[in-house]
Design a protein around this ligand. Structure first.
Ligand code: MSP
Length: 659
């Protein structure tokens, strides 16, 4: 993908509102944010879209289970996505919801256009439908003639009147598009998969349903009010309705998208259905559809029941948002699957970030302070260190194409070469020796070289680590923007003379995991974390399940293995930098109070907790959270209205057992 057009429209998938955001969602969004930030910095007129996908049977059912209207439920979960992206500083230009009035009008308009040009007809659909995946499957694709090939859940046989989209008519046109645009689907091997699938033949697509209500109605002029649109037709259209398609058309000049960022599981919808819909609407094709791989946790598929879903907010709170962003983008080749482990994350922070980047800045601050009272002057850098500057520039020149080809891990790998050049230059030329030998000009030039390298690297790293790179640029007395990108990267200039600002180390060394204890989501009150302890799990026998609720049954002796005690909170304070955690000292009748780190700050202030009684799980293995040891867990109950502590009804002596 070349940076030659003036506009850049970048999208994420719109997220289903039947679940809260996890690392997979964060990954897609952070990649898109990185591309959007780079696009803006390099002077492209950029529009970055994200949002939520709110219609369909799955959402309708999830809402019903919780006793809510679908709209109420969608409002609630959509807000949690928006809040997370806002807290993460995601630089989106629009957050679309498929329940937005403009979106609904746009989808209906598109339906009309496709109907008028003969691509939609009415018939009867009989087939197997997976509610969980919101997809019809031919029997040939089912497992044991019944189960969904994607998620393994039982499918439902649906026989109903339906409108169909003539997908089969687009087979040749789609194949021509793939063939004429070798980079339309990234990574390239995914394009081959799609081609093989389309060559196998396409059936027409059922695009309306009559068995539920929660969806976009057909245009009124069709006079068929019992039909609602297929969620994927509704959802895919968001990419153009967000720009005003069918309403004010205000931003339609951003179309076609430069890149639709998606996960590999939704490639078929984006690489087959979406281009076919666009062809039918006579709209241009997106430039790229880029499909990333799947994240697992410590080698296992993440699932709520295993309690091993990685919560991005908690990882970012514990390890730093920029560090988390760097890790996800550096650790996994785009398109490949990735595994989240705290060890891998800590290694990246200590090694790449701490040793290579942070340490270089410290060395520069040290040298400038010791020899030149903080002054840095690059004017003689080229005179003494042209070879190093050439090597650095050769790496920088390779970067932009790597980013726009979605080879972000290689982009970061290449971006680290200048840091190696800089660190090696200090070791080789030894400023302390130069100063001893009276070669002050050379030593200052070396200082200037290092500062220039750090400045260039921080500009190009900014889209991945905006907060950290802003701090580096402030220390180096410049601002990261289109002007500095032009000057330092495109025009290959060095920094003007400046006085360096001493700043605290950017990447303090991390010695041990900061998120530890295993608790299934929603009961993780002592830790605020969501990981599972593999060792503990391995030793526990598979428990029996109660029929109605799928809850594991245990014997009374197993229950009594848990020591529960009444405790009195004798000290309560906030954990610095944490949005969730309070640090409590709880008297449970022992010689010393227990220190408990509790994820309850969203619902209780430190003051409200002070002096109150709580129920404590007293025999949990200690865990560390944000570097603080937690020696127990508090009992609480949480539902959609929030969380409340479980407390004794009347005051009880601290340490009283609960049984
Ligand atoms: N609503 C549809 C998308 C419609 S776009 C017009 C949808 N939503 S989703 O919430 O289920 O998934 C959104 C994105 O999250 C997808 O790109 C999916 O690949 C990604 N991920 C969900 N779980 C994931 C992992 N465990 N790992 C990586 N990404 C994963 O699909």
């Amino acid at each position: 993908m070349s940076n030659s057009c003036k506009k850049a429209y970048i999208t994420t998938p719109i997220y289903y509102v039947n679940d809260i955001a996890h690392i997979g969602h964060a990954y897609t969004t952070i990649i898109a944010d990185t591309i959007a930030r780079y696009s803006r910095m390099s002077g492209l007129d950029t529009f970055f879209l994200t949002g939520t996908d709110e219609h369909g049977q799955k959402i309708e059912e999830s809402a019903k289970i919780r006793g809510k209207s679908a709209q109420e439920y969608a409002d609630e979960i959509s807000a949690t996505f928006k809040d997370l992206w806002d807290d993460f500083g995601i630089s989106y230009d629009k957050f679309i919801r498929t329940t937005d009035a403009e979106h609904i009008i746009g989808v209906q308009k598109a339906f009309d256009v496709m109907y008028d040009n003969g691509d939609i007809y009415k018939d009867v659909y009989k087939g197997h439908y997976c509610i969980s995946c919101e997809t019809f499957f031919p029997v040939s694709q089912l497992v044991d003639d019944e189960f969904c090939p994607e998620c393994g859940k039982s499918t439902t046989i649906v026989e109903e009147e339906s409108y169909f989209f003539r997908l089969s008519a687009y087979e040749d046109k789609l194949l021509a598009w793939y063939n004429e645009n070798p980079n339309c689907i990234l990574p390239k091997n995914k394009r081959n998969e799609v081609i093989r699938f389309v060559e196998g033949g396409l059936e027409d697509l059922s695009i309306t349903r009559t068995s539920f209500d929660w969806g976009v109605k057909l245009p009124e002029n069709l006079g068929d009010p019992k039909h609602v649109m297929y969620v994927w037709l509704d959802a895919l259209m968001n990419y153009v309705t967000a720009l005003g398609y069918g309403t004010d058309e205000a931003n339609m000049d951003f179309w076609p998208a430069r890149v639709h960022l998606i996960g590999k599981d939704i490639l078929r919808f984006h690489a087959i259905y979406w281009p076919a819909f666009l062809m039918s609407l006579d709209l241009p094709m997106p430039k790229h559809i880029a499909a990333h791989g799947w994240w697992t946790r410590d080698g296992e598929k993440m699932s709520k029941s295993k309690g091993n879903v990685v919560n991005p907010r908690e990882v970012a709170d514990a390890y730093g948002l920029d560090n988390f962003r760097y890790f996800m983008l550096r650790e996994v080749p785009f398109g490949g699957d990735g595994d989240f482990s705290q060890k891998a994350l800590i290694d990246r922070i200590n090694s790449d970030l701490g040793n290579d980047l942070g340490n270089l800045l410290n060395r520069l601050i040290g040298m400038s302070g010791k020899y030149f009272e903080g002054k840095v002057d690059s004017s003689n850098a080229a005179k003494y260190y042209q070879a190093e500057l050439d090597e650095v520039q050769a790496s920088l020149d390779k970067l932009e194409p790597l980013l726009f080809d979605m080879q972000i891990h290689k982009y970061l790998e290449e971006l680290w070469r200048p840091l190696t050049v800089a660190n090696k230059a200090i070791d080789k030329y030894q400023p302390w020796t130069l100063m001893k030998e009276g070669k002050e000009e050379e030593a200052m030039a070396l200082n200037g070289l290092i500062a220039a390298i750090l400045a260039k690297v921080s500009v190009m790293l900014y889209p991945v680590m905006p907060e950290i790179c802003t701090k580096i640029s402030e220390a180096l007395a410049f601002t990261i923007d289109n002007a500095s990108w032009n000057s330092l990267i495109k025009e290959k200039k060095l920094l003007d003379t400046f006085t360096i600002e001493k700043i605290p180390p950017l990447f303090p060394r991390i010695e041990e995991p900061l998120l530890e204890q295993a608790e299934p989501e929603d009961t993780n009150l002592s830790t605020g974390s969501v990981k599972s302890d593999k060792d503990t799990k391995a030793t526990v026998a598979e428990p029996a399940k109660s029929k109605e609720e799928g809850i594991a049954l245990i014997g009374i002796d197993q229950f009594f293995q848990t020591s529960l005690k009444v405790g009195t909170v004798i000290k309560a304070e906030e954990v610095p930098k944490s949005k969730k955690l309070l640090l409590l000292q709880v008297d449970i009748g022992e010689a010393q109070p227990r220190q408990i780190v509790a994820g309850i700050k969203e619902w209780y202030s430190a003051n409200e907790m002070l002096g109150t009684q709580v129920c404590v799980v007293a025999n949990l293995k200690p865990a560390k959270l944000m570097g603080l040891t937690s020696e127990g867990m508090l009992l609480a109950a949480k539902d959609e209205n929030g969380l409340c502590m479980i407390r004794p009804e009347k005051p009880k002596t601290a340490g009283t057992p609960i049984s």
